[in-house]
Design a binder for this molecule. Structure first.
Ligand SMILES: [Zn+2]
Length: 256
């Protein structure tokens, strides 16, 4: 690294430090917006506002209802009305392009397992605590903090397009990301600021939605020995359902 670059990186670090408090305040507002599946709109408004404040061109991208109907779409939980993805852009159309991407939805919090309201963010031992602070609203705040500092202090480092997309419904289907990709929100490189203890991960687990058709003989899960096929044997007394096919209290044959 040249001496000039060293000075520039020090400037970037200084810009990050100068704006850190503001980024944490953004994170707190985002955590307070309870963005469980179906309720992401308020959080998306906050993301859109932050992107606009940082100079991004912001657009809301509706998620079409039919996204769930075609593979690899997942089974929709609720209607997509009023639940848009949000994207912000700098240098739109320039190459190469970089796209940090995050999901704004969170898993519902079981209040009894929390020592305080999970949607009332608070600082404990230097950590901001609240539902979604780690997965992955912290990534939104810190990613945007870094990008803004880079833009301000090292503008030559960002010649290509820089986007940021906030998607819905990652925690159950992935349909938000699928809809964004279908709408053209793509890039030469995508970074997901998920919590990884700052490790770089190049792969991870996913979800595969499949439909399976089985043929066979139905039986109670608690009484798998009770077969209801005429002529087959069951354990004596194993079938006690009204209308079940075994004669109780004897080694019996199913009578169909
Ligand atoms: Zn996540």
């Amino acid at each position: 690294m040249s001496a000039a670059n060293s000075v520039s990186w020090a400037d970037v670090d200084a810009a990050i430090a100068a704006e850190a408090e503001r980024a944490v305040e953004f994170l707190a507002r985002l955590v307070a917006a309870e963005s469980t599946v179906g309720r992401e709109a308020a959080a998306q408004e906050i993301v859109a506002g932050e992107l606009a404040r940082l100079g991004f061109d912001v657009e809301q991208l509706p998620v079409p209802e039919e996204i769930a109907a075609v593979a690899p779409g997942g089974v929709a939980q609720v209607s997509y009305a009023g639940r848009p993805n949000v994207a912000g852009w700098l240098n739109r159309g320039a190459r190469p392009s970089l796209l940090p991407s995050g999901h704004v939805d969170v898993v519902p919090a079981q209040a009894s397992l929390w020592s305080a309201d999970p949607y009332q963010p608070r600082i404990e031992d230097g950590w901001l605590v609240g539902r979604g602070a780690g997965d992955m609203k912290g990534g939104f705040a810190m990613g945007l903090l870094a990008l803004a500092a880079l833009r301000d202090r090292m503008p030559d480092a960002r010649a290509g397009e820089l986007g940021f997309v906030s998607v819905i419904e990652e925690e159950c289907t992935g349909n938000g990301t699928l809809a964004a990709a279908n709408a053209g929100v793509l890039a030469d490189a995508v970074v997901l600021p998920e919590p990884t203890d700052l490790d770089l991960m190049v792969g991870g687990i996913g979800i595969l939605w499949v439909e399976i058709t089985l043929t066979g003989v139905s039986a109670l899960r608690s009484q798998p020995a009770c077969c209801c096929r005429p002529g087959s044997c069951c354990r004596p007394g194993s079938c006690r359902r009204p209308g079940s096919c075994c004669r109780p209290a004897s080694r019996s044959l199913c009578v169909g």
